[in-house]
Design a protein around this ligand. Sequence first.
Ligand SMILES: NC(=O)c1ccc[n+]([C@@H]2O[C@H](COP(=O)([O-])OP(=O)(O)OC[C@H]3O[C@@H](n4cnc5c(N)ncnc54)[C@H](OP(=O)(O)O)[C@@H]3O)[C@@H](O)[C@H]2O)c1
Length: 659
Amino acid sequence: MNCLFVGAGAIAPEYAAGLSGSSLSLAGVADLDGDRAAALAAAHDCPSFTDLETALAAVDAPLVVNLTSHAAHAPVTRTALEADRHVYSQKPLALDADEARALVALARDRGLALGCAPGTPRAPSQRRGGRLLADGRLGPVGLGYAHAHVGRVTDWHDRPDSFLEIGALYDGAVYPLALLVSWFGPVERVRVADALDVWPEREERRPSTPSHVEATLAFAAGPTVRLTASFYAPHRSREFYGLELHGDDGSLYLKGTGAMGAARDGVRFGRVGREYVTAPPAGPTKPYEYVDAVERLAATVEAGTPSRAGGRQGAHVVAVCNAIEAAAEEGGPVAVDDCGATADPPPAPVVRPAESVESEGRPGPRAIRLPAVGFGCSRYRDGEYVERADSIATALDAGYRLLDSAELYGNEHRIGELLAAPGAPDRDRVFLLGKAWRTNHRRERLLSACAGSREELGIDAFDCYALHWPSALEHRGELTRLAEESVERQESLTFPEGAHGEPATADVSLATAWENLEAVREKGWARTLGICNVSRAQLETVLETGTVDPALVQVERHPYRPRNGLVEFCHERGIRVVAHSPLSAPGLLEEPALGEIAADRELSPAEVVVAWNASRGVVPIPSSTVESHVVANLAAGSVRLTDDELARIDALKDPTFER
Ligand SMILES: NC(=O)c1ccc[n+]([C@@H]2O[C@H](COP(=O)([O-])OP(=O)(O)OC[C@H]3O[C@@H](n4cnc5c(N)ncnc54)[C@H](OP(=O)(O)O)[C@@H]3O)[C@@H](O)[C@H]2O)c1
């Protein structure tokens, strides 16, 4: 869609930068400063204007992008709407709520779209924070602290006048306000507010409105948020645009409500009673671009449903700012007009072609959806048992959504406790993979093992229930709460031996064990079935003899043992591959090739191995007891390696590798 940029100041090139990858094209630029307009227009091969009316008459563009200075937003938007143009406006929509409401009404009456910055509530970190809320991690949210430390505009902006004129509220506070309104809906009232004139004596240019504002806002949906908007607090202060929300069950810290990138440490979650843990991106993300919101607005126009949701929300944010000023002058509380902030459904996401990800060997279309990385919950480490409850809690807090459990690991009840505790993700947000041990392959044993595991975990059904091993061993007793038995007893129960120390095998064929596993699914105790540690021939047996195909295969997989043939075989059939023991092959993390790629990408070798799996559509389930490793491994799932890097890692294959 053709658009006309009105305003060619500092922000305009930021919008223009994203145009080439979008469905928008720049058809004209207007600015009172003819040189600025001409420079931007020349870069985009379109005409420039110094007069808005002339530009509107001359340019065939249904959409005006209003990038003028703050006080000009409302008059320019009004002129454009009156000329029957859809408008996307820089923030704030207006400086006065009546004017903002009138613009929304004008757009509605003329059937035009009206959008308003900031679009950053849809940026990756903000969405990640929003997902934590949607996952129920915080429980009901009672309190929040939001900062908008715009800082000394005279220091960092070459044309600070329009900032000094309107104050930190209308420039900076709109970022946290837009985000909070997108999460919680409208502010009902400003409880109290205060405004200060703090400014260094030495500065010649001074704000014409209070330089520092504080307010306590009551959202209709419940939370009370203390907001600070300041020109005085430097923009490099610790809080900058930080937002901290506290709920009954947990807290969320978002480093930048206006941030556009996907910084790993941009979102942190703290379950009540536990330390904050970084919640990194769990999959590949694209940084937000200014033009994204404009493109989304244009898409609603093209779909014949011009959206005014952004305009309404922008108008409500202006109403909040007006109410804060009124409360600071006259005392609170001051009621805030909703301005229809939540009347429209949320805008549809921008649909862009996915990033170019290695397509060869990726799972087929029937495959189940899994997170890019899961968390291994085994207690077993180099011949010893380690306590895992704390690291599993850390993993859940960091955002892992696939837990690899097994009755063999003896800690299902601990996982169940974590999932039932306040601040845990909702059950339907976590993919739980369970496994029946080899001593339980007979039908009644398999059913009883699954029933026991479900009870320990406190769940109705597994997302996937798997055979831990294709071959069966003799049953010597139940494995419930295995970790509470002595090590000797654990070993005799799980690796039973015959009279001469040989493994005590059981006469249950793989085909029969699989048929027995299918009975678990028939009972509704597992949504899907899986199998671990299979060869391709064994998998073929299951596929040929079974009624239900495995949804998931779990095998040891790492660069020494890439199992690419098996992976390809599975992916062709829509079977997901989960890589167990991805990091622990002796010597692997010291491999020079991994070290070089790691150094190039500022990752660790372990993260490179996680990314190598994720880039091939294989889900690694590393385990770790170290918080920084837990977080780093999850974050690495969003890294996609190049073909060349993948090939260098593939070259580490060692056919003689054995544990
Ligand atoms: N189906 C099966 O038969 C089967 C068999 C084996 C394992 N599994 C599953 O696979 C999971 C993972 O396997 P695993 O526990 O054997 O080993 P692993 O995940 O391959 O490796 C764990 C080791 O790597 C270290 N580590 C983890 N992240 C690291 C990082 N970012 N940087 C450096 N070191 C790092 C850990 O130490 P720190 O604690 O110090 O980080 C630990 O020593 C198990 O928990 C289990 O769920 C399944």
